[in-house]
Design a protein around this ligand. Structure first.
Ligand code: GLV
Ligand code: MN
Ligand code: MN
Length: 426
């Protein structure tokens, strides 16, 4: 269709504009919160919204919301009249050497869907927004979904502001350097009150859709998951002159953590990863005096993940380690009514049964769901399933199918009754 061609062209142009931003040798991306790359991405987003005449509002946390509402009255008037908004979007930041799709696919598809709605002459009966959540990956300050966690109050401003990056820069200092007032950081119920429902489109981070032969799926749930910091103590000394029996080598405890994580995860049917390590002093010829390892643990059941971490904490305790939980996200169920509705819309569009997939990956949509906002996700096929890597990919044809799917869903949500909640959560 003409609308399809137009939104595909719009998608392609935006994708091409984003491609060079924050790309590093090896083809991956380093787009971390409140860095120069992030500023470029935020300006790009603001520019795309301005081009479309969307009304850009930045919340207390720094998340960018671009509203389309032709009245009557303001978005807040509409909310007061019981017409909460439909929100679509995702994030633009990345993990270290991440792929191009995790995050940006959702933001770009959302803007392309706005174009498709306009081309088709759809008049939203409720406000519609595209959101760019800040700091979803937590790559710089350690807490994933920091933008949505502070927004909903799940993460306190006090704790967020004190987080430090690898250079010792605090979140507060990073905000100031990006031209924001750290004192403004905090939960933003007024922003949340505008959100009647949230739909996040995301590249699939596994390869279920390849096997199912489908381009798009609807999400069901997110595994419980968390991050823990293990600090192993030791004593620095000379690597050549210190007898083995005289050593206190912090690396040994860390090594036990890495192997233990794999072993216990296998036993308990979970996944566990130690993907980040800091060694002090970090010299080839010095015995490590301190090793910090970060554990990421996830699984289908909360009790399994909790049991895994308890077991590893006990083992590490025997090595003198201190263990600190940095974040925890309980089992997240997406809104069944909203998800069924999206599935019905997509089923009508393609006359096929749309797959429903669970995931082990965290998302801002999960944080909003936990805060009581009806939320759902669409996944777009990933031919290899690889994610959080430069090799992450989605075929362009599938990206366009994702835009078409999102367009159909949003069209339904902004034109049909019962799309958004009347009640405020909690
Ligand atoms: C976010 O991508 C996460 O699941 O770590
Ligand atoms: Mn990610
Ligand atoms: Mn993501």
């Amino acid at each position: 269709s003409r609308v399809g061609q137009m939104s595909s062209a719009s998608f392609d142009a935006m994708w091409a504009a984003l491609e060079p931003v924050g790309r590093v040798a090896g083809g991956g991306y380093r787009r971390f919160a409140w860095t120069a790359e992030d500023a470029t991405l935020r300006e790009w987003f603001a520019g795309e919204c301005a081009r479309r005449g969307l009304d850009l509002v930045t919340d207390r946390v720094g998340n960018q919301w671009a509203w389309w509402w032709d009245g009557p009255g303001t978005v807040d008037d509409a909310v007061r009249a019981g017409r909460r908004g439909v929100v679509v979007g995702s994030h633009l930041d990345s993990v270290p050497d991440g792929g191009a799709y995790d995050g940006p696919l959702g933001v770009v598809s959302s803007l392309a869907a706005v174009d498709a709605l306009r081309e088709a002459g759809v008049t939203p009966q409720v406000p519609l927004a595209v959101v760019n959540f800040v700091d979803e990956e937590g790559a710089r300050f350690g807490i994933a979904c920091a933008g949505s966690r502070v927004l909903t109050g799940e993460l306190s401003a006090e704790r967020a502001l004190a987080l430090t990056d690898a250079d010792g820069t605090t979140y507060a200092e990073a905000l100031r350097a990006a031209g924001r007032d750290p004192a403004a950081l905090g939960p933003d119920p007024q922003t949340l009150a505008r959100v009647g429902s949230f739909v996040e489109l995301h590249v699939e981070q596994g390869r279920a859709l390849v096997d199912l032969g489908a381009a798009v799926a609807v999400a069901s749930d997110i595994w419980p998951h968390g991050r823990w910091r293990f600090e192993f103590p030791g004593e620095a000394n000379h690597a050549g002159t210190t007898r083995l029996e005289d050593r206190r080598d912090a690396m040994l405890g860390y090594a036990d953590l890495v192997l233990g994580a794999r072993h216990v995860a296998t036993q308990r049917g979970c996944v566990a990863t130690v993907g980040k390590v800091r060694v002090v002093p970090g010299a080839v010829n010095a015995i490590p005096s301190e090793v910090t390892g970060w554990l990421d643990a996830r699984g289908p059941q909360e009790e399994q993940v909790v049991g895994l971490v308890e077991e590893l904490t006990d083992r590490a305790g025997e090595m003198g380690a201190t263990v600190t939980r940095e974040s925890w996200t309980p089992t997240t169920l997406f809104d069944a009514g909203l998800s069924d509705r999206l599935r019905a819309v997509l089923g009508r569009q393609d006359e096929v049964s749309v797959p429903v997939l669970g995931t082990g990956a965290g998302h801002d949509a999960g944080i909003l769901a936990t805060a009581g906002i009806p939320s759902a996700m669409l996944f777009v096929r990933n031919p290899t399933g690889v994610s959080h890597s430069p090799a992450e990919h989605a075929e362009r044809e599938d990206c366009h199918a994702g835009v078409a799917a999102l367009t159909a869903c949003v069209t339904d949500l902004v034109t049909q009754a019962g799309a958004t909640r009347e009640e405020h959560p909690r």
